[in-house]
Design a protein around this ligand. Sequence first.
Ligand code: 5GP
Ligand code: MN
Length: 340
Amino acid sequence: MFTKASVIEIKTLLDARPKCAIVMHRGPDGDAIGSSLGWHHILRKQGIDSTVIAPDAYPDFLKWMPGNEGVMVFEKNREKVAEVINEADLIFCLDFNSPDRMGNLKDTVIEAHKPMVVVDHHRQPADFAQSYYVDDTASSAAEMIYRLNKALGWKKHLDHNAAICLYTGIVTDTGSFRFSSVSPKLMRIASRLMETGMDHTEVYRNVFDSQSVSRLKLQGFAISEKLEVMEDAAAAFISLTQEELQRFNYQKGDTEGLVNQALSIRGINMAAFFSEKDGLIKISFRSRGSFDVNTFARNHFEGGGHSMAAGGKSELAMNETLDKFRKLVSENAESIKASV
Ligand code: 5GP
Ligand code: MN
Protein backbone atom coordinates (compact mmCIF):
# COMPACT_ATOMS: atom_id res chain seq x y z
CA MET A 1 0.00 0.00 0.00
CA PHE A 2 1.18 3.52 -0.63
CA THR A 3 1.92 5.78 2.29
CA LYS A 4 2.40 9.49 2.87
CA ALA A 5 6.05 8.63 3.52
CA SER A 6 6.52 7.27 0.02
CA VAL A 7 5.07 10.45 -1.53
CA ILE A 8 7.48 12.55 0.56
CA GLU A 9 10.39 10.32 -0.48
CA ILE A 10 9.44 10.58 -4.16
CA LYS A 11 9.01 14.34 -3.84
CA THR A 12 12.47 14.65 -2.30
CA LEU A 13 13.98 12.56 -5.10
CA LEU A 14 12.25 14.73 -7.73
CA ASP A 15 13.20 18.02 -6.05
CA ALA A 16 16.77 17.33 -7.16
CA ARG A 17 15.54 17.55 -10.81
CA PRO A 18 16.99 14.13 -11.66
CA LYS A 19 17.45 12.81 -15.16
CA CYS A 20 14.87 10.01 -15.18
CA ALA A 21 14.47 6.72 -17.01
CA ILE A 22 11.01 5.17 -17.04
CA VAL A 23 10.98 1.39 -17.53
CA MET A 24 8.10 -1.05 -17.91
CA HIS A 25 7.58 -4.84 -18.13
CA ARG A 26 8.43 -6.92 -21.17
CA GLY A 27 5.58 -7.52 -23.61
CA PRO A 28 4.26 -4.01 -22.90
CA ASP A 29 0.48 -3.61 -22.82
CA GLY A 30 -1.70 -0.49 -22.96
CA ASP A 31 -1.20 0.21 -19.27
CA ALA A 32 2.59 -0.17 -19.41
CA ILE A 33 2.90 2.23 -22.37
CA GLY A 34 0.08 4.54 -21.24
CA SER A 35 1.27 4.95 -17.64
CA SER A 36 4.91 5.41 -18.74
CA LEU A 37 4.15 8.01 -21.41
CA GLY A 38 1.64 9.72 -19.09
CA TRP A 39 4.32 10.02 -16.40
CA HIS A 40 6.82 11.27 -19.01
CA HIS A 41 4.43 14.10 -20.00
CA ILE A 42 3.77 14.94 -16.33
CA LEU A 43 7.50 15.12 -15.56
CA ARG A 44 8.12 17.26 -18.64
CA LYS A 45 5.55 19.81 -17.39
CA GLN A 46 7.68 20.05 -14.24
CA GLY A 47 10.84 20.59 -16.27
CA ILE A 48 12.14 17.11 -15.43
CA ASP A 49 13.83 15.19 -18.22
CA SER A 50 12.82 11.55 -18.77
CA THR A 51 13.21 8.77 -21.33
CA VAL A 52 10.70 5.93 -21.66
CA ILE A 53 12.22 2.48 -22.21
CA ALA A 54 10.39 -0.69 -23.29
CA PRO A 55 12.25 -4.02 -22.88
CA ASP A 56 10.92 -5.33 -26.20
CA ALA A 57 8.65 -4.43 -29.10
CA TYR A 58 4.94 -3.76 -28.63
CA PRO A 59 1.91 -3.90 -30.94
CA ASP A 60 1.03 -1.21 -33.50
CA PHE A 61 -2.27 -0.45 -31.75
CA LEU A 62 -0.22 1.07 -28.90
CA LYS A 63 2.06 3.17 -31.09
CA TRP A 64 -0.18 6.21 -31.59
CA MET A 65 0.02 7.80 -28.15
CA PRO A 66 1.66 11.23 -27.86
CA GLY A 67 5.37 10.82 -27.12
CA ASN A 68 5.55 7.32 -28.67
CA GLU A 69 8.28 8.44 -31.09
CA GLY A 70 10.63 8.94 -28.14
CA VAL A 71 10.16 5.44 -26.62
CA MET A 72 13.36 3.39 -26.81
CA VAL A 73 13.12 -0.39 -27.27
CA PHE A 74 15.94 -2.30 -25.53
CA GLU A 75 15.86 -5.30 -27.90
CA LYS A 76 16.31 -2.94 -30.87
CA ASN A 77 19.01 -0.70 -29.44
CA ARG A 78 20.71 -2.27 -26.45
CA GLU A 79 23.73 0.03 -26.34
CA LYS A 80 21.79 3.28 -26.49
CA VAL A 81 19.37 2.07 -23.80
CA ALA A 82 22.28 1.02 -21.56
CA GLU A 83 23.70 4.52 -22.02
CA VAL A 84 20.40 6.15 -21.00
CA ILE A 85 20.15 3.91 -17.92
CA ASN A 86 23.73 4.62 -16.91
CA GLU A 87 23.25 8.37 -17.33
CA ALA A 88 19.99 8.43 -15.36
CA ASP A 89 19.84 9.66 -11.77
CA LEU A 90 16.55 7.95 -11.00
CA ILE A 91 14.65 5.01 -12.49
CA PHE A 92 10.88 4.67 -12.37
CA CYS A 93 9.50 1.11 -12.68
CA LEU A 94 5.92 1.24 -13.91
CA ASP A 95 3.29 -1.50 -14.07
CA PHE A 96 5.49 -4.29 -12.64
CA ASN A 97 6.89 -5.18 -9.27
CA SER A 98 9.69 -7.68 -9.71
CA PRO A 99 12.92 -7.33 -11.72
CA ASP A 100 12.28 -10.54 -13.69
CA ARG A 101 9.37 -8.85 -15.45
CA MET A 102 11.88 -6.65 -17.32
CA GLY A 103 13.12 -9.69 -19.28
CA ASN A 104 16.54 -9.13 -20.86
CA LEU A 105 16.56 -5.49 -19.71
CA LYS A 106 16.76 -6.61 -16.08
CA ASP A 107 20.56 -6.94 -15.75
CA THR A 108 21.23 -3.52 -17.33
CA VAL A 109 18.82 -1.84 -14.91
CA ILE A 110 19.81 -3.73 -11.76
CA GLU A 111 23.55 -3.54 -12.41
CA ALA A 112 23.36 0.26 -12.86
CA HIS A 113 22.66 0.50 -9.07
CA LYS A 114 20.47 3.60 -9.44
CA PRO A 115 17.75 4.67 -7.00
CA MET A 116 14.48 3.14 -8.18
CA VAL A 117 10.82 3.98 -7.58
CA VAL A 118 8.06 1.44 -8.24
CA VAL A 119 4.61 2.76 -9.19
CA ASP A 120 2.35 -0.25 -9.61
CA HIS A 121 -0.87 -2.13 -8.90
CA HIS A 122 0.23 -5.80 -8.71
CA ARG A 123 0.31 -7.97 -5.61
CA GLN A 124 3.33 -8.96 -3.56
CA PRO A 125 6.02 -6.49 -4.71
CA ALA A 126 9.60 -7.77 -4.60
CA ASP A 127 12.14 -5.89 -2.49
CA PHE A 128 14.40 -4.19 -5.06
CA ALA A 129 13.60 -0.45 -5.09
CA GLN A 130 14.05 2.54 -2.76
CA SER A 131 10.46 3.74 -2.84
CA TYR A 132 7.12 2.15 -3.61
CA TYR A 133 3.89 3.88 -4.57
CA VAL A 134 1.72 0.80 -4.91
CA ASP A 135 -1.87 -0.23 -4.32
CA ASP A 136 -3.07 -3.64 -5.47
CA THR A 137 -6.68 -2.49 -5.42
CA ALA A 138 -5.97 0.11 -8.13
CA SER A 139 -7.25 -0.65 -11.63
CA SER A 140 -4.02 0.16 -13.40
CA ALA A 141 -0.57 1.72 -13.14
CA ALA A 142 -2.11 4.65 -15.05
CA GLU A 143 -4.55 5.19 -12.16
CA MET A 144 -1.58 5.12 -9.74
CA ILE A 145 0.24 7.72 -11.85
CA TYR A 146 -2.83 9.97 -11.75
CA ARG A 147 -2.97 9.56 -7.96
CA LEU A 148 0.77 10.19 -7.58
CA ASN A 149 0.52 13.35 -9.71
CA LYS A 150 -2.25 14.56 -7.42
CA ALA A 151 -0.42 13.57 -4.22
CA LEU A 152 2.62 15.54 -5.40
CA GLY A 153 0.38 18.61 -5.74
CA TRP A 154 0.73 18.81 -9.54
CA LYS A 155 -2.90 18.15 -10.48
CA LYS A 156 -3.39 21.60 -12.02
CA HIS A 157 -0.68 20.88 -14.57
CA LEU A 158 -2.12 17.66 -15.98
CA ASP A 159 -2.16 18.22 -19.71
CA HIS A 160 -4.06 16.82 -22.63
CA ASN A 161 -1.21 14.52 -23.75
CA ALA A 162 -0.78 13.01 -20.29
CA ALA A 163 -4.55 12.54 -20.07
CA ILE A 164 -4.75 10.61 -23.36
CA CYS A 165 -1.98 8.23 -22.25
CA LEU A 166 -3.39 7.66 -18.75
CA TYR A 167 -6.91 7.17 -20.08
CA THR A 168 -5.58 4.54 -22.52
CA GLY A 169 -3.85 2.69 -19.66
CA ILE A 170 -7.08 2.69 -17.65
CA VAL A 171 -9.30 1.61 -20.58
CA THR A 172 -7.02 -1.29 -21.57
CA ASP A 173 -6.43 -2.59 -18.01
CA THR A 174 -10.11 -2.46 -17.04
CA GLY A 175 -11.48 -4.14 -20.20
CA SER A 176 -13.09 -0.79 -21.07
CA PHE A 177 -14.34 -0.07 -17.52
CA ARG A 178 -15.85 -3.48 -16.93
CA PHE A 179 -13.61 -5.36 -14.43
CA SER A 180 -14.20 -5.42 -10.68
CA SER A 181 -11.19 -3.11 -10.25
CA VAL A 182 -13.39 -0.24 -11.50
CA SER A 183 -14.39 1.94 -8.55
CA PRO A 184 -16.31 5.20 -8.11
CA LYS A 185 -12.93 6.79 -7.45
CA LEU A 186 -11.63 5.54 -10.82
CA MET A 187 -14.69 6.98 -12.58
CA ARG A 188 -13.94 10.36 -10.98
CA ILE A 189 -10.37 10.09 -12.27
CA ALA A 190 -11.66 9.22 -15.78
CA SER A 191 -13.92 12.24 -15.57
CA ARG A 192 -10.99 14.54 -14.66
CA LEU A 193 -9.02 13.12 -17.60
CA MET A 194 -11.91 13.80 -19.99
CA GLU A 195 -12.15 17.35 -18.68
CA THR A 196 -8.72 18.08 -20.15
CA GLY A 197 -10.49 18.00 -23.53
CA MET A 198 -9.09 14.67 -24.68
CA ASP A 199 -11.11 12.72 -27.25
CA HIS A 200 -11.99 9.42 -25.57
CA THR A 201 -13.57 8.00 -28.75
CA GLU A 202 -10.20 8.37 -30.44
CA VAL A 203 -8.65 6.12 -27.78
CA TYR A 204 -11.15 3.33 -28.56
CA ARG A 205 -10.74 3.78 -32.30
CA ASN A 206 -6.97 3.56 -32.11
CA VAL A 207 -6.85 0.62 -29.70
CA PHE A 208 -9.81 -1.54 -30.72
CA ASP A 209 -10.88 -0.57 -34.23
CA SER A 210 -7.54 -1.05 -35.89
CA GLN A 211 -7.43 -4.80 -36.53
CA SER A 212 -5.74 -6.38 -39.53
CA VAL A 213 -7.66 -8.92 -41.60
CA SER A 214 -5.17 -11.63 -40.60
CA ARG A 215 -5.68 -10.87 -36.91
CA LEU A 216 -9.43 -11.20 -37.21
CA LYS A 217 -8.98 -14.52 -39.07
CA LEU A 218 -6.52 -15.80 -36.44
CA GLN A 219 -9.04 -14.99 -33.70
CA GLY A 220 -11.77 -16.79 -35.66
CA PHE A 221 -9.55 -19.86 -36.12
CA ALA A 222 -8.58 -19.88 -32.43
CA ILE A 223 -12.19 -19.80 -31.30
CA SER A 224 -13.65 -22.23 -33.82
CA GLU A 225 -10.78 -24.76 -33.92
CA LYS A 226 -8.67 -24.39 -30.78
CA LEU A 227 -11.08 -23.76 -27.93
CA GLU A 228 -11.32 -26.56 -25.36
CA VAL A 229 -14.06 -26.43 -22.76
CA MET A 230 -13.76 -28.43 -19.51
CA GLU A 231 -17.37 -28.08 -18.51
CA ASP A 232 -17.04 -30.28 -15.41
CA ALA A 233 -14.43 -27.91 -14.04
CA ALA A 234 -16.00 -24.64 -15.28
CA ALA A 235 -12.78 -23.95 -17.23
CA ALA A 236 -11.99 -23.23 -20.87
CA PHE A 237 -8.78 -22.60 -22.75
CA ILE A 238 -7.30 -21.83 -26.15
CA SER A 239 -3.84 -22.80 -27.36
CA LEU A 240 -1.90 -21.71 -30.45
CA THR A 241 1.35 -23.27 -31.61
CA GLN A 242 4.05 -21.26 -33.33
CA GLU A 243 3.15 -22.90 -36.65
CA GLU A 244 -0.50 -21.86 -36.28
CA LEU A 245 0.48 -18.30 -35.40
CA GLN A 246 2.78 -18.09 -38.42
CA ARG A 247 0.04 -19.39 -40.69
CA PHE A 248 -1.93 -16.23 -39.88
CA ASN A 249 1.10 -13.93 -40.18
CA TYR A 250 1.04 -13.31 -36.43
CA GLN A 251 2.02 -9.83 -35.28
CA LYS A 252 2.48 -8.75 -31.65
CA GLY A 253 -0.88 -8.11 -30.03
CA ASP A 254 -2.87 -10.27 -32.47
CA THR A 255 -3.96 -12.71 -29.74
CA GLU A 256 -4.91 -10.01 -27.24
CA GLY A 257 -8.39 -10.60 -25.83
CA LEU A 258 -8.62 -14.30 -26.73
CA VAL A 259 -8.42 -15.39 -23.10
CA ASN A 260 -11.38 -13.13 -22.31
CA GLN A 261 -13.36 -14.75 -25.12
CA ALA A 262 -12.87 -18.11 -23.38
CA LEU A 263 -13.95 -16.57 -20.06
CA SER A 264 -17.05 -15.07 -21.67
CA ILE A 265 -18.71 -18.50 -22.03
CA ARG A 266 -21.70 -18.98 -19.74
CA GLY A 267 -20.80 -21.10 -16.71
CA ILE A 268 -17.03 -20.73 -17.19
CA ASN A 269 -15.16 -19.32 -14.19
CA MET A 270 -11.56 -19.79 -15.25
CA ALA A 271 -9.87 -19.42 -18.63
CA ALA A 272 -6.38 -19.73 -20.03
CA PHE A 273 -4.59 -18.93 -23.26
CA PHE A 274 -1.36 -20.67 -24.33
CA SER A 275 0.90 -19.46 -27.12
CA GLU A 276 4.20 -20.89 -28.28
CA LYS A 277 7.27 -18.86 -29.24
CA ASP A 278 10.74 -20.30 -29.77
CA GLY A 279 10.11 -23.32 -27.55
CA LEU A 280 8.60 -21.33 -24.66
CA ILE A 281 4.90 -21.37 -23.86
CA LYS A 282 3.52 -18.08 -22.56
CA ILE A 283 0.27 -18.39 -20.63
CA SER A 284 -2.48 -15.96 -19.67
CA PHE A 285 -4.92 -16.86 -16.91
CA ARG A 286 -8.22 -15.21 -16.07
CA SER A 287 -10.79 -15.98 -13.41
CA ARG A 288 -14.21 -14.85 -12.45
CA GLY A 289 -14.73 -14.63 -8.71
CA SER A 290 -12.72 -16.19 -5.91
CA PHE A 291 -10.48 -18.68 -7.74
CA ASP A 292 -7.07 -17.02 -7.41
CA VAL A 293 -5.09 -17.32 -10.66
CA ASN A 294 -2.19 -15.29 -9.19
CA THR A 295 -1.52 -18.15 -6.74
CA PHE A 296 -2.20 -20.77 -9.43
CA ALA A 297 0.31 -19.13 -11.81
CA ARG A 298 2.90 -18.67 -9.06
CA ASN A 299 2.61 -22.25 -7.83
CA HIS A 300 2.59 -24.06 -11.17
CA PHE A 301 3.73 -21.83 -14.06
CA GLU A 302 6.50 -19.51 -12.75
CA GLY A 303 4.25 -16.48 -12.99
CA GLY A 304 1.93 -14.24 -11.04
CA GLY A 305 -0.17 -11.11 -11.41
CA HIS A 306 -3.56 -10.38 -9.91
CA SER A 307 -6.15 -12.73 -8.41
CA MET A 308 -8.34 -12.50 -11.52
CA ALA A 309 -5.70 -11.91 -14.23
CA ALA A 310 -2.27 -13.48 -14.17
CA GLY A 311 0.40 -14.82 -16.48
CA GLY A 312 3.05 -17.49 -16.49
CA LYS A 313 5.23 -19.69 -18.65
CA SER A 314 6.18 -23.28 -19.36
CA GLU A 315 9.28 -24.80 -20.89
CA LEU A 316 7.51 -28.08 -21.62
CA ALA A 317 6.21 -28.80 -25.12
CA MET A 318 2.70 -27.51 -25.88
CA ASN A 319 1.05 -30.94 -25.49
CA GLU A 320 2.76 -31.61 -22.18
CA THR A 321 1.94 -28.10 -20.94
CA LEU A 322 -1.73 -28.62 -21.81
CA ASP A 323 -1.73 -32.05 -20.10
CA LYS A 324 -0.25 -30.50 -16.97
CA PHE A 325 -2.87 -27.73 -17.08
CA ARG A 326 -5.79 -30.14 -17.63
CA LYS A 327 -4.64 -32.23 -14.67
CA LEU A 328 -4.30 -29.19 -12.40
CA VAL A 329 -7.70 -27.89 -13.46
CA SER A 330 -9.30 -31.28 -12.72
CA GLU A 331 -7.68 -31.29 -9.28
CA ASN A 332 -9.00 -27.77 -8.64
CA ALA A 333 -12.40 -28.37 -10.25
CA GLU A 334 -14.39 -27.93 -7.04
CA SER A 335 -12.89 -24.55 -6.16
CA ILE A 336 -13.13 -23.31 -9.76
CA LYS A 337 -16.81 -24.32 -9.93
CA ALA A 338 -17.45 -22.57 -6.61
CA SER A 339 -15.74 -19.40 -7.84
CA VAL A 340 -18.42 -16.82 -8.48
P1 5GP B 1 -1.49 -11.07 -19.50
O1 5GP B 1 -2.21 -12.36 -19.44
O2 5GP B 1 -2.37 -9.97 -19.97
O3 5GP B 1 -0.17 -11.17 -20.19
O4 5GP B 1 -1.11 -10.72 -18.00
C1 5GP B 1 -2.10 -10.65 -17.01
C2 5GP B 1 -1.51 -10.13 -15.75
O5 5GP B 1 -0.54 -11.02 -15.22
C3 5GP B 1 -0.80 -8.81 -15.93
O6 5GP B 1 -1.19 -7.99 -14.87
C4 5GP B 1 0.66 -9.13 -15.86
O7 5GP B 1 1.35 -8.13 -15.24
C5 5GP B 1 0.73 -10.42 -15.07
N1 5GP B 1 1.72 -11.33 -15.66
C6 5GP B 1 1.74 -11.77 -16.94
N2 5GP B 1 2.78 -12.60 -17.15
C7 5GP B 1 3.44 -12.69 -15.97
C8 5GP B 1 4.61 -13.41 -15.55
O8 5GP B 1 5.28 -14.14 -16.28
N3 5GP B 1 4.98 -13.22 -14.24
C9 5GP B 1 4.28 -12.44 -13.39
N4 5GP B 1 4.70 -12.32 -12.11
N5 5GP B 1 3.18 -11.76 -13.75
C10 5GP B 1 2.75 -11.87 -15.02
MN1 MN C 1 -1.32 -2.77 -15.47
